[in-house]
Design a protein around this ligand. Structure first.
Ligand code: 5GP
Ligand code: ZN
Length: 115
C-alpha cells in the first residue's frame, strides 16, 4: 500500500498519531476532525495515500463508491437524523490543506461554526 512518511493522515492510518476513530476496514478509515465545524464532523479517508481527487483514476471507482456509501451509515450511527453535508476539497483553489484525499462528512443540529 502506498504511503507518504510525511503525511499526517498516513500517520493516523499507521497509528503513529492518535485519532478518534469511527470506522476502519482494509481500505478506509474514518475519524473525527480535530477542529469540528459541527456537532458531528468526520473525515473519511482511503488508507492508501492518494493526494487528492486530481489523482483519482477509474481504478479507484469501487474505493470512492465505498467512501460515499459509508457516509450515511456513519452519520446514522452517530445519531444524525436531520441531514448532513459531504465535502471534498481539492488542490489550492479547492482549499485543500491536507494532501491526502479525504471526504468531510458534517452533520448534527445547526448552528454550525462553518459550512
Ligand atoms: P482540508 O482543508 O484539507 O479539506 O481539511 C483538512 C482537515 O483535517 C481540517 O478540517 C483539519 O481540522 C483536519 N485535521 C488536520 N490535522 C488533523 C489531525 O491531526 N487530526 C484530525 N483528527 N484532524 C486533522
Ligand atoms: Zn497520506
Amino acid at each position: 500500500m502506498s504511503t507518504d512518511p510525511n503525511c499526517i493522515f498516513c500517520k493516523i492510518v499507521a497509528g503513529q498519531i492518535p485519532a478518534k476513530k469511527a470506522y476502519e476496514d482494509d481500505d478506509l478509515i474514518a475519524f473525527h476532525d480535530i477542529h469540528p465545524w459541527a456537532p458531528v464532523h468526520l473525515l473519511l479517508v482511503p488508507k492508501r495515500h492518494i493526494a487528492s481527487m486530481e489523482s483519482v483514476t477509474e481504478q479507484d471507482g469501487a474505493l470512492m463508491g465505498k467512501l460515499m456509501v459509508l457516509a450515511p451509515r456513519l452519520m446514522a450511527e452517530a445519531g444524525v437524523t436531520g441531514g448532513f453535508r459531504q465535502v471534498i476539497n481539492t488542490g489550492r483553489d479547492g482549499g485543500q490543506e491536507v494532501h491526502h484525499l479525504h471526504m468531510h462528512v458534517i452533520g448534527g443540529p445547526r448552528p454550525w461554526a462553518k459550512g
